[in-house]
Design a protein around this ligand. Structure first.
Ligand code: NAD
Ligand code: IPM
Ligand code: MN
Length: 358
């Protein structure tokens, strides 16, 4: 009797290099399906993004969220392209999905694979092994604000940060659980010296929850000092928990001091599994290199591995991540951002080849 696990995967490749790198992830997942007769993917690809917007006036159809809601997970490429203002494209698709599906955890690992990839002088692999837990549902991304007296000399713009007890507690607790499980130090990032409401509140929630985890070593840094320390002494960070905007900025910086944007993966999680989670590279649509076959697909492939892990296919996830390590260390088939000359699809093919070989 056949005992196949079927995973319904919604694919939103999006814009620019989003479409190129997602193609490679799909190649890898289809190979896995060939190799493991007990796993099947039911992919539904949605052509949503900026081109779709220019044709229809919407980034996704009205029932887009309902459609995605039927899937077990979402694989996303990147969103945003010149011709559509970023706040329209991103709010109409990416941020909307994160909010509607209450994906309040944004897990972003920065694990240096090969010191040659880091611009930091004398850095060792073990110096940059950072896992960031970014708050992903509120804070500066709550969408609360107003634009008053627009276009007049009295124009006033408000963009409010929203920090709820529920929102702060759940992300900080999640980070503590991870730190406890991995026996790692947890660093909280904030800015209580300047933001006397939101960040003082964040700090107080962090201190309060820390009492539930006396076994977890904690550290706390102001975001400006954290930015400097990430460059000067990244070893200080193990697990990091940060509010939404600081988490966004620091994870690009963490990618910069480790493997670069081409390898930065991320998972937008709804840990309760009430809604589908979404897996996407940290990078954007990179219009500067789109359509040239230069984009590095490894961040997307790593994100697909995070998806497999979340779906319960940890062995496959580990195998794919190991192959990524091998490809990077062998330095034979790499895209230009990592000093190679290979194309996007050649890197995808190399991952597929190694998967079949193993
Ligand atoms: P970006 O991440 O797209 O690019 C930054 C730089 O990194 C560029 O020089 C680019 O060529 C390089 N880069 C990024 N990914 C790469 C890869 N896989 N391989 C090789 N090089 C890579 O950021 P940006 O230029 O600030 O933004 C471009 C567009 O993407 C904007 O519309 C922005 O709003 C959007 N964006 C979307 C997401 C997302 O969908 N998750 C994330 C960030 C930015
Ligand atoms: C990211 C991106 C998004 C964010 C933008 C495009 C809305 O920068 O995923 O890091 O700020 O969350
Ligand atoms: Mn970002």
């Amino acid at each position: 009797m056949e005992n196949k696990k079927t995973y319904k995967i919604a694919v939103v490749a999006g814009d620019g290099i989003g479409t190129e790198v997602t193609e490679e992830s799909l190649k890898v997942l289809r190979t896995l399906e060939e190799l493991d007769k007990s796993v099947k993917f039911d992919f539904t690809e949605y052509p949503w993004g900026c081109e779709y917007y220019l044709k229809t006036g919407e980034m996704m159809p009205k029932d887009g969220i309902e459609k995605l809601g039927k899937s077990d997970a979402i694989l996303l490429g990147a969103v945003g392209y010149p011709g559509v203002p970023d706040h329209i494209s991103l709010w109409g698709l990416l941020v909307e999905i994160r909010k509607e599906f209450d994906q309040y955890i944004n897990y972003r690992p920065s694990l240096l694979i090969n010191p040659d990839l880091s611009p930091l002088k004398g850095i060792k692999k073990e110096d940059v092994q950072i896992k960031v837990i970014r708050e992903n549902s509120e804070g500066e991304y709550a969408g609360a604000g107003a634009w008053l007296y627009k276009g007049t000399p009295h124009e006033v713009v408000l963009q409010d940060g929203v920090f709820s007890r529920h929102g702060c507690e759940r992300v900080i607790r999640y980070a503590f659980e991870l730190a406890r499980k991995e026996h790692k130090k947890l660093t909280s990032i904030s800015k209580g010296n300047a933001m006397q409401y939101s960040m003082v509140f964040w700090d107080s929630v962090f201190n309060q929850i820390s009492k539930e985890y006396p076994d977890v070593e904690t550290d706390s840094l102001l975001v400006d000092a954290a930015a400097m320390t990430l460059v000067k002494n990244p070893k200080r960070f193990q697990i990091v928990v940060a509010p939404n905007l600081f988490g966004d900025i620091l994870t690009d910086l963490a990618a910069g001091v480790s493997n670069g944007m081409g390898l930065a993966a991320s998972a937008n999680l709804n840990p309760e599994r009430k809604f589908p989670s979404m897996f996407e590279p940290v990078h954007g649509s990179a219009p500067d290199i789109a359509g040239q076959g230069k984009s590095n697909p490894l961040a997307s492939i790593w994100s697909a591995a995070l998806m497999l892990e979340f779906l319960g296919e940890k062995d496959w996830a580990d195998r794919i991540v190991k192959i990524i390590y091998d490809v990077v260390n062998e330095k034979k088939v790499l895209t230009p951002d990592m000093g190679g000359t290979a194309t996007t699809s050649e890197v995808g093919d190399e991952v597929v080849r190694k998967l079949k070989e193993a």
